[in-house]
Design a protein around this ligand. Structure first.
Ligand SMILES: [Zn+2]
Length: 266
């Protein structure tokens, strides 16, 4: 009995030392469960950057949203393994580009983000401001004393500067899709919203213009969390601007589904 206990103790110490030695070599404990498996990586500015891995036991940051409404909704990203969604265990950071921002529009964006956060159960962390112009030419990872998922960037541009805004398009938005740290599962990360300065409601002191502007941003945020267009004009995810300025019943069901993705496991 005594000998058996000592043996067990020695075994634990050995495992502990082994883990400590590996840690010192730069191998994180979470990596041990993926021994022999290549870590996924992205090439950013010519540099191979390993996708951040999850440590500890991931937990949803906010509860899954339960909805009672039904209507038309559709997800954009369907992969072989199922739907591709944001990881609800990671906050979505967001930044507003002040480069062409109409006066008062940051308040519109804040309210739209709050609505999407509440309806999806995804936690949004921000807001930050950047004077850089918004562009779709962005990487999903940024080096901030260590690589992190880039914030969703929301900004304004013109048809002359952004070909995506050609014609009657009032805005374009979407996420970036990447794999998790290991394996082939994909997740939505970060995102970009480019709003057409010439189509954006001009008088944000006017309640109707404010509501229309917020609806435009909510529609694009819907894309960022993975929603596609629908054919029902009573939904905000209808592809054209209508008199609808609040989420429709299908939008609400879709947003709840968009926020009910899986957490990446360590
Ligand atoms: Zn759209």
């Amino acid at each position: 009995m005594k000998a058996a206990a000592r043996l067990a103790l020695i075994a634990v110490v050995t495992v502990g030392l082994g883990a400590a030695a590996l840690y010192a070599m730069g191998v994180r404990l979470a990596d041990l469960s993926h021994w022999g498996q290549d870590r996924n990586a992205l090439v950013i500015d010519g540099e191979v950057v390993r996708i951040p891995s999850v440590t500890g036991q991931p937990r949803r940051l906010a509860p899954v949203v339960i909805v009672a409404t039904t209507g038309e909704w559709k997800l954009s990203n369907i992969a072989a393994g199922g739907t591709v969604l944001h990881d609800p265990c990671i906050p979505i950071r967001w930044t507003v580009s002040t480069d062409r921002m109409p006066p008062g529009a940051d308040g519109v964006v804040s309210q739209a983000v709050a609505e999407v956060a509440a309806r999806t159960g995804l936690v949004w962390e921000g807001a930050d401001y950047s004077s850089a112009p918004v562009t779709f030419d962005r990487e999903p990872l940024v080096d901030e004393a260590g690589w992190r998922w880039a914030p969703v960037m929301i900004g304004w541009s013109t048809q002359a500067e952004s070909a995506d805004l050609a014609g009657s398009t009032s805005g374009v938005g979407g996420p970036i899709v990447t794999r998790g740290a290991y394996g082939t599962d994909e997740y939505l990360r970060s995102g970009t919203i480019v709003l057409d300065l010439e189509e954006f409601p001009a008088d944000l002191g006017n309640a109707a213009d404010w509501a229309r502007a917020k609806a435009l941003v909510m529609h694009e945020l819907g894309h960022v969390v993975g929603l596609d267009h629908v054919s029902d004009s009573r939904e905000l995810m209808f592809p054209e601007v209508t008199s609808t300025v609040e989420w429709g019943p299908g939008d609400l069901a879709g947003l709840a589904a968009a926020g009910a993705g899986r957490c990446e496991q360590p």
